[in-house]
Write a protein that binds this ligand. Structure first.
Ligand code: URA
Length: 245
């Protein structure tokens, strides 16, 4: 860790890296303080599930069958507005699993998690940890985009929960990094505020997979000052990973 290039950490924290003139790269855009486009509506008024759960228990599906089940899911009304489901991205045997909230507009369009502006910041968080995005698994609590990118509603989270649980169960990551209040409260089945969930190592499931909570990258885009706290969380995750290897 100490011999590692600190550049990606400075990049994540938004600290300018001064370079000799001839090396200076033009056009590093400053994204701090920007707002994600449409994460503001509330989750009220969502009707009841509209379709069957599908054949067989999700807890018994293999990876391919699980992906197919998600792609065809009609367990909640979000299926009506989606372009496509967003299952997740990453290797089949990841050491790290990052869990977000729900796809946004760009994710819905591409069918991949965290490919919008919040995704760029997540990539920078992962790089600051000395990891490569291609080597970690990334998914969300919800596999469909809530309209207007509003917060997921409780019945949507409940309908989608078995999918994420099965993903974690099949992937068996060494550490879970959970991004934001909604994902944290959902995975830990608690209403405890994120302020009290951060800074501790939780355990998930029967295997007691270490779970660390940090801020959602979209929140960090709006509140760049919180990146320093988030970096502490990510260091806790790295230390926890180190203890387990
Ligand atoms: N926000 C999320 O929580 N997940 C995504 O995939 C994109 C934005």
């Amino acid at each position: 860790m100490s011999t590692r290039d600190t550049g990606p950490i400075l990049d994540f924290l938004g600290i300018t890296r001064w370079k000799p003139r001839e090396e200076a790269r033009p056009g590093r855009g400053e994204t701090a303080g920007a707002k994600e486009p449409d994460a503001s509506e509330t989750g009220e008024g969502v009707p009841a599930p509209i379709g069957p759960a599908g054949e067989g228990d999700v807890r018994e599906l293999d990876w391919e069958s699980l992906a197919e089940r998600v792609a065809a899911c009609v367990r909640c009304p979000l299926c009506q507005g989606r372009t496509q489901t967003v299952f997740g991205s990453g290797p089949r045997h990841p050491e790290w699993f990052f869990v977000g909230e729900a796809p946004g507009a760009e994710e819905d369009r591409q069918g991949l998690p965290f490919v919008g502006r919040a995704g760029q910041l997540l990539t920078s968080m992962i790089a600051a940890m000395g990891l490569e995005r291609a080597n970690v698994y990334i998914s969300n609590v919800l596999k469909c985009r809530p309209p207007g990118n509003r917060d997921p509603a409780p019945n949507e989270i409940a309908a989608c929960r078995p999918y994420l649980e099965r993903q974690i169960n099949l992937l068996q990551p060494r550490v879970l990094v959970v991004l934001g209040r909604i994902a944290a409260q959902s995975l830990l089945a608690t209403e405890t505020p994120i302020s009290r969930l951060r800074g501790a190592v939780h355990n998930y499931g029967p295997e007691r997979i270490p779970l660390i909570v940090t801020y959602h990258p979209a929140y960090l885009l709006r509140n760049p000052i919180a990146k320093r706290e988030s970096w502490r969380d990510l260091k806790l995750a790295l230390a926890t990973f180190g203890e387990r290897t």
